[in-house]
Design a protein around this ligand. Structure first.
Ligand SMILES: Nc1nc2c(ncn2[C@@H]2O[C@H](COP(=O)(O)OP(=O)(O)OP(=O)(O)O)[C@@H](O)[C@H]2O)c(=O)[nH]1
Ligand SMILES: [Mg+2]
Length: 321
């Protein structure tokens, strides 16, 4: 996803690239003065065209935010800042138009003159003015480069029935994703190991029909209001809001995750209320350490206990989606 966004250069890199290209240009003419004149004009032409077309490419090839699926729109806002992104794209477009104007105004005067000194002076002027426009948008170019790097890491979300795994940090969400799919998210014994959404897939053959489901591992959520949630937690909420056809909520009654079962269940009631129209499967993990007598499905990601029951339940619910 988002791999087509071009690599974005900063002002100095873009200027240097355009200058480097001009150096290779030599126009041949038997008349020495014509040769110099034509070479200068061709160099200015190449310089301006490289800058203008590159800026145009940045704006055109950046995905149009309003047209993206709502999940990506929200993730962009959380991880990048939509307003800043729009402002930066606007600034780059302004620079493209301004450079095009500088070039078209000055360019006309060049062709008419035979005065080499005048041509050289104009060349300097055009380079100088375009360079100053680029400097004015340098911070925006750098912001877009950062945004592009972040967007490259976004998961590839498909439009298929989707399970979102949620719960407190360190309860075993990523461990369950590993058991259910071929995805390999990092697992570790500290909270907030998962810092962004991870996607895995389950395929199921039923008679001759192949069905594909998407399973999403989210960062851990704490029991607190949305306004207090950090950007890592907000991504989990975005996945629940925009992607979930089914929520698998995991708790850890052994409390080896570092959080009390009471806090975990408080959060569960909150999530149940917010996503009251989405089906849930309640799962207690780490039964190898502690088993309660609740009605929740009991599993262990360490010894695979109960995993087949979770899969069965997921298929049962998703079949109705
Ligand atoms: N004993 C036991 N440990 C488990 C089980 N499942 C996971 N763990 C351990 O619990 C710790 C956390 O597992 P993760 O899968 O990383 O948990 P998570 O919910 O994805 O954690 P965050 O990404 O930090 O929110 C790891 O040390 C796992 O090895 C289980 O069933 N039994
Ligand atoms: Mg995790």
């Amino acid at each position: 996803m988002f791999t087509k966004i071009p690599i974005i250069l900063n002002a100095e890199q873009l200027f240097d690239r355009a200058i480097r290209k001009t150096k290779k240009i030599q126009i041949h003419d038997r008349d020495a003065r014509f040769k110099i004149k034509k070479t200068i004009i061709a160099r200015i032409d190449s310089f301006a065209t490289v800058i203008i077309s590159t800026l145009e490419k940045y704006v055109k090839e950046f995905p149009s935010i309003e047209q993206l699926p709502s999940f990506y729109q929200e993730i962009i806002d959380i991880k990048i800042d939509t307003n800043k992104l729009k402002k930066s794209l606007g600034a780059v477009d302004w620079a493209r138009k301004t450079c095009a104007m500088i070039y078209s105004k000055q360019g006309r005067a060049l062709k008419k003159t035979g005065n080499i000194d005048f041509l050289k002076q104009k060349q300097k002027e055009i380079y100088g003015r375009i360079s100053s426009v680029l400097k004015q948008i340098d911070e925006h170019l750098m912001f877009l480069a950062t945004a592009q790097n972040i967007m490259k890491t976004f998961p590839d979300i498909q439009d298929v029935p989707t399970v979102v795994i949620a719960g407190y940090p360190n309860v075993g969400k990523s461990s369950l994703l590993r058991l259910l799919s071929s995805a390999k998210p990092k697992i570790a014994q500290y909270p907030f190991t998962t810092k962004q959404i991870h996607v895995g897939h389950i395929e199921r053959k039923e008679k001759y029909v192949k069905k594909r489901y998407q399973i999403i591992d989210t960062p851990g959520l704490l029991d607190r209001p949305l306004s207090k949630r950090n950007d890592i937690e907000k991504q989990a909420i975005a996945a629940l809001t925009h992607l979930a056809d089914l929520i698998v909520f995991i708790s850890d009654p052994s409390e080896t995750c570092g959080y009390s079962l009471k806090d975990q269940l408080n959060m569960l009631s909150q999530i149940k209320e917010i996503f009251s129209d989405v089906p849930f499967i309640f799962v207690e993990n780490k039964v190898d350490l502690k088993k309660t007598n609740s009605s929740h499905l009991k599993i262990s990601c360490t010894n695979n206990e109960g995993i087949d029951k979770v899969i069965k339940e997921i298929f049962k619910i998703l079949d109705k989606v």
